[in-house]
Design a protein around this ligand. Structure first.
Ligand code: ADP
Ligand code: MG
Length: 255
């Protein structure tokens, strides 16, 4: 074990045209930690996750994942922008789960989970299949391998999406409101899978409105508003004793 954080963001800025969405985000997530991120709509939470995964290019600042600077290589004491291919390679080590599951509708559940390791990693098919089946039983879907996404509930589809992300053996998982599109009765089964993933030591950043999950599973809680981290700390502390008026006002609305 090293002391090196799994994620380190330093003064991250991101604008879309003249709209400055991230105004200097600093954040550290240690290996094996679950960092929950809350905040009003439009505060930049999704954009921040997308920057970590290099789906968006930042305008200033630095992001490291497992000690690796995202998007840049150091050569001869200077930083050079990475080529697409290197970026894609970095991105593969980071799993992402979105609010909408984005499964391939024409592929079975099993094929959805096998797709990336087969196509991107070119791993042997038998091995990929074995692992996909194992991952699907881990998320409680052993009986759904041959079903199509359209035959699954939203909660089941989201669990497939989690298994699909895990199939690439990520060292970090990013969740962007993974339960927000689900009927209330399906939220728990997805949170349970995330909880067991956390207990197995996966490093996770979870954007969520599920304060109960943040309190129970989170090692840290970050409150973002207007493109900055307003407050961060131990979830119980932040929830029970918010230091900033904006945090208090937000919590009053969601609790
Ligand atoms: P959150 O996830 O906290 O709701 P977002 O990161 O999605 O916030 O969005 C923050 C702000 O950035 C919003 O004002 C949104 O409209 C804007 N935004 C996000 N993505 C883009 C984009 N690709 N182009 C222009 N504006 C964007
Ligand atoms: Mg969002």
């Amino acid at each position: 074990m090293t002391d090196q954080p799994m994620v380190r963001a330093e003064n991250v800025h991101k604008s879309f045209g003249r709209l400055e969405v991230l105004k200097g985000i600093d954040l550290e997530v240690r290996q094996g930690e679950v960092c929950c991120v809350i905040g009003p709509s439009g505060s930049g939470k999704s954009t921040f996750l997308r920057c970590i995964n290099h789906l968006e290019k930042i305008n200033a600042g630095r992001i490291w994942v497992d000690g690796d600077l995202i998007g840049y290589r150091e050569r001869g004491g200077k930083l050079h922008e990475m080529r697409e291919k290197e970026v894609a390679e970095q991105r593969r080590a980071i799993g992402m789960v979105f609010q909408r599951f984005n499964l391939f509708p024409h592929l079975t559940v099993l094929e959805n989970v096998m797709e990336a390791p087969l196509r991107v990693r070119r791993e042997p098919k038998a091995q990929v299949r074995e692992r996909a089946v194992e991952l699907l039983s881990r998320v409680g879907l052993a009986d759904k391998v041959d079903a199509y996404p359209g035959q699954c509930s939203g909660g089941q589809q989201q669990r497939v999406a989690i298994a699909r992300a895990l199939a690439m053996r990520p060292k970090l998982m990013l969740f962007d409101e993974p339960t927000s599109a689900l009927d209330p009765e399906l939220v728990g089964e997805v949170l349970d899978v995330m909880k067991s993933l956390a207990s197995e030591g996966m490093t996770m950043i979870v954007v969520t409105h599920e304060i109960g999950f943040a309190r129970e599973v989170g090692d840290s809680l970050v409150f973002m508003d207007g493109g900055v981290v307003v407050e961060a700390g131990a979830p119980r502390e932040v929830i029970a004793n918010p230091q900033h008026e904006r945090t208090r006002a937000f919590l009053a609305k969601v609790l």
